[in-house]
Design a protein around this ligand. Sequence first.
Ligand SMILES: [Zn+2]
Length: 208
Amino acid sequence: MTDRLAGLLLFLPVPIVLWLFTRAPLGVGASLGIGIVLMASHRLYARPFALSRAGRRCLWCGGPAGDGPRVAVEEPHGRTAWRACGPRHADLLARVFGTAHRWRWFLRVGILGSLALFLAGALPAARGWLGPVTFADASAFFRLGVSLTVLPFGWLAASIAPRPAEEIRVPFPVHVQALIGTAAMLWLFRIVGLVWIAQVAVYAFRRP
Ligand SMILES: [Zn+2]
């Protein structure tokens, strides 16, 4: 199996978790529980896979890196060594990581804050303990908070020039984006962000 196909398969838990959280297809309690287990266990296999290929895959496009430039990244739990297939993709990585570092509080509050509030409120909302607030409201809030964060990042991050000689520091572990390539991850941010904003707008318009 190619690295790209294996990486794509190992990335699948991410959309599955988002589907469980936002749609609760198995009921709210079971969907959230399974989603949290999938989320917490993902790094156990995804990170070793990504790191074992970090020297031969381009972190930007996910293709073979050959003897392209090395990219050292300061992750939250230490420094890791990755690679790009050429100077163009190394430059795009420096731009996106530079923006992620500068926007780190915006990204943390927007993504982790929305997730934490959603996980805290979803089950009580489903049980009717939050008055008029339903699980559908909690799901819409989560999608809105994440969309408003990943949309500007997805569309702008690669066009903001990195500071010269800036050390590459990122607020999140990079093994998730390494599974499919950073470029594909940014496209997911752009497209899922737009779809979720549209869904929330329709939901708000139709809500009784
Ligand atoms: Zn590349």
